[in-house]
Design a protein. Structure first.
Length: 249
């Protein structure tokens, strides 16, 4: 049985003080939860939030990192700096990074391999644009992003990778893929993992849904065979809206 992984991506929200308060609320809300949990505040709040989640059942995540271990990269944050403040998981390939900031599959793959080499867990995001879905290319796009994102990743390292399926047209729009549509893409991604790493690895792979999951639709989505949790955006910004998803059976 795969364990649900419920992760909150706070994006560019919350000051340090607000992030600490939210982290405290989340820790309190999920302390009796049975699933795997993570919160990813902005870089400026990571150190403060690390003190809140330390010793709890909530992992500390970062929203991105540099392609390089260190060096002259103004404005970037390195894997060494993230590890130094207790980050355990890093979100890579988020659609906003791909489509607003121009991150390529090659850049994302370099980050994935670097994060894994330093012992971090990775949430690798994949997903299609609306025009790609309407053209019947959703499966092909997600397969290509998965294959390219995992290039050079060993079977042993794969155990520290979670994939988040994000239909780009559903992020921040309030729109959600139907549970059936989402599950179909999740199943296709799982088939790609089976082709690359074998059925056992595919069966063990946790694949989150990342397209406007909220309390109202979480149960129906999580009931599907291939949906193993959520990468939560808007609903993660309040403990009272995150908790019903995090505690969903």
């Amino acid at each position: 049985m795969r364990r649900y992984f419920i992760a909150g991506n706070w994006k560019m929200h919350k000051t340090k003080g607000e992030a600490v308060d939210l982290a405290k609320g989340v820790v309190e809300a999920v302390k009796g939860g049975k699933h795997k949990y993570m919160i990813a505040p902005s870089f400026t709040a990571l150190d403060a939030v690390s003190q809140v989640v330390k010793g709890t059942n909530v992992l500390l995540g970062a929203q991105n990192m540099s392609t390089d271990e260190q060096g002259a990269h103004t404005g970037e944050v390195s894997v060494l700096q993230l590890k130094d403040i207790g980050v355990q998981v890093v979100i890579l390939g988020h659609s906003e990074r791909r489509h607003i900031y121009g991150e390529t599959d090659a850049m994302i793959n370099k980050k994935v391999r670097l994060a894994l080499r330093h012992g971090l867990e990775v949430i690798l995001c994949v997903g299609e644009l609306l025009e790609e879905r309407e053209a019947g290319r959703a499966e092909a796009v997600c397969a290509a992003q998965t294959e390219k994102g995992l290039e050079g990743v060993t079977a042993q390292e794969l155990a520290r990778v979670t994939i988040a399926y994000e239909p780009v047209w559903a992020i921040g729009t309030g729109k959600t893929a139907t549970p059936e549509d989402a599950d179909a893409i999740h199943a296709h991604i799982r088939s790609v993992i089976a082709k690359l790493y074998g059925k056992t690895a595919a069966d063990a792979m946790v694949i989150q849904y990342g397209g406007s999951m909220k309390a109202e639709n979480a149960k129906a989505l999580l009931a599907k065979e291939n949906i193993d949790g959520g990468l939560i955006g808007g609903a993660a910004l309040k403990a009272e809206t995150f908790a019903p998803i995090a505690l969903c059976e």
